[in-house]
Ligand binder design. Structure first.
Ligand SMILES: [Zn+2]
Length: 454
C-alpha cells in the first residue's frame, strides 16, 4: 500500500524555496538505484532476506550499526511514520518525547541542535521547531560565516605553495567563493548544462505533469556540447526540441539559452516559485555579464577545485592538504549552525525529518556498481545515508581510513547474530560481504561465530 506523501521544502538565504522533496511512506529507491517492490515488514520466519528492501527493512526490527560510523541505523519507513503521525509539526514538547529514543543515532550537528531544542522546550514547551530555528538564525549565521572564512583563509595561505603559473587562476577562483560567502555581487559564467541540471532538480516539486514534461524538454538540449560556447550555431534538430517556431529565427547557443530562460521564468511566475524566477534572473544577468549574488556552497567549491584548479597537481601532498581543508567547511551534518542557516525558512516537518534523515538505512555496494560490482546481497552492506553520500565515488578502503577500525566488525556481529538466531540472513551472503570488504576495504573481519549452512 502506498500512503500519500508530504512535500518538504527548504529555502536558501534569501528566503526563496530552493527544493522540495516528496516523501512517501515507502521510498522505493536506494540512493537513486533500482526500485524494489518490497512493501511489508519482516516477520519472524526462516526465510532469509532476498532483496535490498527486505535487507534494509531488518533495521526496523533489529539493531544494526552502520558499517562506517558505528551508529545505530534507522529504517527509513519508521522515519516516514513519524512524519505522517505529525510528530514534527506538533508542539516541541511532543517532538522531544517522541524523538528522544533516537537521539544517539543523530550526527553531531543534528544532535547539538536537538540538545538546544530540549533547552528551549523547558522554557516554552508549546513552541514549534520552525520557530526555534528562526529564532536561532541570527547567531548561527554569524558563527557559520566566521568558521567558513577561517577555512577559506587557511586555503588562501596554503595556495602560496602552488606553482607560480597556477596562482593567478587559483586567486580568482578563491575570490569568487569569497564573494559568494559574503554575499558580494560577482561576475559568474553562465553554464547552460548547470542551468538545465538545476531546473531538473526542481521538477519533482512541480505539481503539474505537463509543465514538468515541457520544462524537461526545453532544458535537455542545453546538455548538448553545442551549448558549451555562446556563439555556436545550434543545429536545427536540437533547436526544434526547444521551439519549432524559433528554428531559423534564433541561431546561437546564447540566443537559445536566453529564450529557454525566458520560458522557464514565465512558468516560475505562474507557479509563484520565487526560487525559479530568481534562478532565471541570475542566469540572464550572467549572460549579460552583470554581477550576481550566488549563495556559497562548499560542495561547489570542492568540486571545482578538484576537477579544474588542482588537476595539474593531482595526488600531490599539497593537493590532499587542500582537499582536506575544503572538506572541513562546516556542513549541516557536522555543524548545528550550518543546519540552522540551511533551514531558516523550512517548516517543522522538514526540520524534524532532516534531523533524523542522515541516520536512515541505505544499501552500500562494497564494490561500486560503476566498476562492475555485483547487484546481489553478497556485495551489499548497510550504512547510514550520511556515510553513503559522503563516500560517494571514493573507494571503500579510502573512506574506511576516516572511520573507527572497530565499526565494520560491529556491523558483522549484528548481522551474524540475526543470521544465527533467526535465519533471516543467508550465511553465504554474509561470507560474500566479508570477502568483498577484504577486497574493497582491505579490512578483515572475524566470522568465526557465524553458523554456516549444512
Ligand atoms: Zn554511518
Amino acid at each position: 500500500m502506498r500512503v500519500s506523501g508530504v512535500n518538504l521544502f527548504s529555502y536558501n538565504h534569501n528566503g526563496t524555496r530552493t527544493k522540495s522533496v516528496r516523501i512517501t511512506a515507502l521510498p522505493c529507491y536506494v540512493n537513486n538505484r533500482q526500485p524494489d517492490m518490497f512493501s511489508g515488514s519482516i516477520s519472524f520466519n526462516a526465510n532469509p532476506v532476498a532483496n535490498y528492501g527486505q535487507f534494509r527493512a531488518l533495521t526496523k526490527t533489529h539493531d544494526i550499526h552502520c558499517i562506517y560510523c558505528g551508529k545505530l541505523l534507522l529504517y527509513g519507513g519508521s522515519l516516514n511514520e513519524m512524519l505522517e503521525k505529525g510528530l514534527f509539526s506538533g508542539s516541541v514538547k511532543d517532538f522531544i518525547d517522541g524523538v528522544m529514543p533516537y537521539r544517539n543515532r543523530m550526527k553531531k550537528g543534528q544532535k547539538d541542535l536537538f540538545d538546544r531544542i530540549c533547552k528551549f522546550a523547558k522554557r516554552s514547551p508549546q513552541t514549534h521547531l520552525s520557530e526555534i530555528v528562526q529564532f536561532m538564525y541570527q547567531k548561527a549565521i554569524k558563527k557559520l560565516v566566521k568558521k567558513q572564512s577561517h577555512v577559506l583563509n587557511s586555503m588562501i595561505s596554503k595556495s602560496g605553495k602552488l606553482p607560480i603559473h597556477m596562482q593567478e587562476k587559483f586567486d580568482s577562483f578563491i575570490r569568487k567563493h569569497h564573494d559568494r560567502l559574503y554575499g558580494i555581487p560577482h561576475k559568474e559564467e553562465f553554464i547552460p548544462k548547470k542551468f538545465a541540471y538545476q531546473i531538473n532538480k526542481k521538477l519533482q516539486s512541480i505539481p503539474n505533469a505537463e509543465l514538468q514534461a515541457y520544462l524537461s524538454r526545453i532544458t535537455t538540449p542545453m546538455n548538448d556540447s553545442s551549448f558549451s560556447r555562446p556563439d555556436t550555431i545550434i543545429p536545427d534538430k536540437l533547436a526544434a526540441q526547444i521551439s519549432k517556431s524559433r528554428v531559423g529565427k534564433l541561431r546561437t547557443a546564447k540566443e537559445f539559452s536566453e529564450y529557454v530562460i525566458y520560458r522557464v521564468r514565465k512558468i516560475g511566475e505562474r507557479l509563484d516559485r520565487q526560487d525559479i524566477v530568481k534562478l532565471c534572473d541570475n542566469s540572464q544577468k550572467m549572460i549579460n555579464e552583470e554581477k550576481v549574488v550566488i549563495p556559497f556552497s562548499n560542495k561547489e567549491l570542492l568540486e571545482e577545485m578538484v576537477k579544474h584548479q588542482l588537476a595539474p597537481i593531482r595526488k600531490s601532498p599539497l593537493y590532499y592538504e587542500m582537499v582536506r581543508l575544503a572538506n572541513s567547511f562546516p556542513n549541516s551534518s557536522s555543524s548545528m549552525n550550518s543546519f540552522v542557516v540551511k533551514h531558516r525558512y523550512s517548516d517543522s516537518d522538514t526540520i524534524g525529518y532532516k534531523l533524523l534523515e542522515p541516520a536512515i538505512t541505505t544499501i552500500e555496494h562494497e564494490k561500486p556498481r560503476s566498476l562492475g560490482g555485483s547487484l546481489d546481497l553478497t556485495n551489499c552492506v548497510l550504512a547510514c545515508k550520511a556515510d553513503n553520500n559522503a563516500r560517494s565515488s571514493n573507494s571503500m578502503a579510502n573512506y574506511l581510513k576516516f572511520c573507527n577500525k572497530k565499526n565494520p566488525q560491529r556491523y558483522f556481529n549484528d548481522v551474524i547474530k540475526i543470521s544465527n538466531e533467526q535465519h533471516l540472513i543467508n550465511p553465504s551472503d554474509i561470507e560474500g560481504q566479508a570477502k568483498n570488504l577484504y577486497e574493497q576495504g582491505h579490512i578483515t573481519v572475524n566470522l568465526s561465530k557465524l553458523r554456516r549452512e549444512e
